[in-house]
Design a protein around this ligand. Sequence first.
Ligand code: KG4
Ligand code: ZN
Length: 332
Amino acid sequence: MIILGIESSCDETAAAVVENGSRIRSSVVASQIETHSKYGGVVPELASRMHIEAIDPVVHQAIDEAGITIDQIDGVAATRGPGLIGALLVGFSYGRAFAWARTLPFAGVDHLQAHIYSLLLLEPAPQFPFIALVVSGGHTNVYHVTSPHDFELMGRTRDDAAGEAFDKVAKMLGLGYPGGPVIESMAKDGDPSAIKFPRSMLEKGSFDFSFSGLKSAVARHLHQCPELNLQEQANIAASFQAAVIDVLCQKLINAAKKTRCKRIGVAGGVSANKTFTTALDVRSKPYGMKIFSPPLSLCGDNAAMIAARGYTMIKNGALCTRDQDVYSRVKI
Ligand code: KG4
Ligand code: ZN
C-alpha cells in the first residue's frame, strides 16, 4: 500500500511517499528556516503563506522522486495537529482535497504520534514496549509506548520545551535561530561544569519537565557578565546544554525503570543533538537499556513519519471524517 504523507505544522513543508508503512520511497522537506531566522523565530503568518507556495511543488517532487504516478497512490495522510493553525490548514486541506478528488482514504495524523513513528521506521525498529521522548521546539513529552496504537503520556513540560530553551538561550547569546545546532557546536569548545545551572527535577516521581528556571538562570548570568569572550560564551553553552541533558537523561532512565522498559527512543528536532543521545546511551547502559534515535533526516519535521503513522490508521479504518478539523494543542 502506497501512502502519500504531508506535513505542514510549523516551518517545514514536507511530502513523502512510503510503501507498506516502512519503505521510504521519497521524502522531500522544504525548510523555511532562512526566512524565519531573520525574525529570531517562526512568524506564523509568514509560515502559512510559504506553505501555500510550497505545498504543490513539494508534493509533486515527492511523487516524482518516488518513481510512481499519482494513480499508484493508495491513501493520503496529513498532519492534523498540534501546530500552528494557519500552517496546519494548508497541508491538511491540500491532503484532504487530494484524497477526495481521487476517492482515496484520508487520515489526519497527530504530529507527536508521528514523531514516535519515526522510531518505528528504524531498521531494526525498537520492540514494544519502549519509552519514547518527543523533544522539539514545541514539545517535551515522555510516552510509554506499548503497541503501534498505544501511547501513554507519562510526562510533559510545564513551561518551555527543551528545543525552545535552546532557541531562547541562543538568542540571548546572539547566536541566531534555530539555537540547538549552534549551541551544540559551540558547547564542544566549552566546559560543561564551568557554571552550575539549576536542574529542575520537580516533585519526586514526576516525569514532567520545567526549563524556564534554567533559561532565567542563564539570563541572570548574562546580566551579571555582560562582556563575554568566546571561551566564556562556549562555557555558558556547554553548562546550559549539560543541565538540559542531565534532566532529560535522569527522567528517561527513571521512566524506563518504572515501566520496566529496556528500550528508550528519542525523536524530534532535539534528538539531532549527539551530545545528548551519546550521554543517554552511556548513562543507561549500566541498566541494560538500549537507545534508539532516528537518522538526522527523520529527527526534525518530515512527512515520512506522517505517512508511516497514516498507513496504520488507514489499515485500521481510522479515517478522517468530513467534520474533523485541525487542532493547535496536544491531544495525547
Ligand atoms: O521537530 P522540530 O524540527 O520542529 C518542531 O516541531 O519544533 O524541532 C526543532 C527544534 C528547535 O527548537 C531546534 O533548536 C531544536 O529542535 N534542535 C536542536 C538541535 N537541532 C535542532 N536542539 C538541540 N541540539 C540540536 N543539535
Ligand atoms: Zn515536530
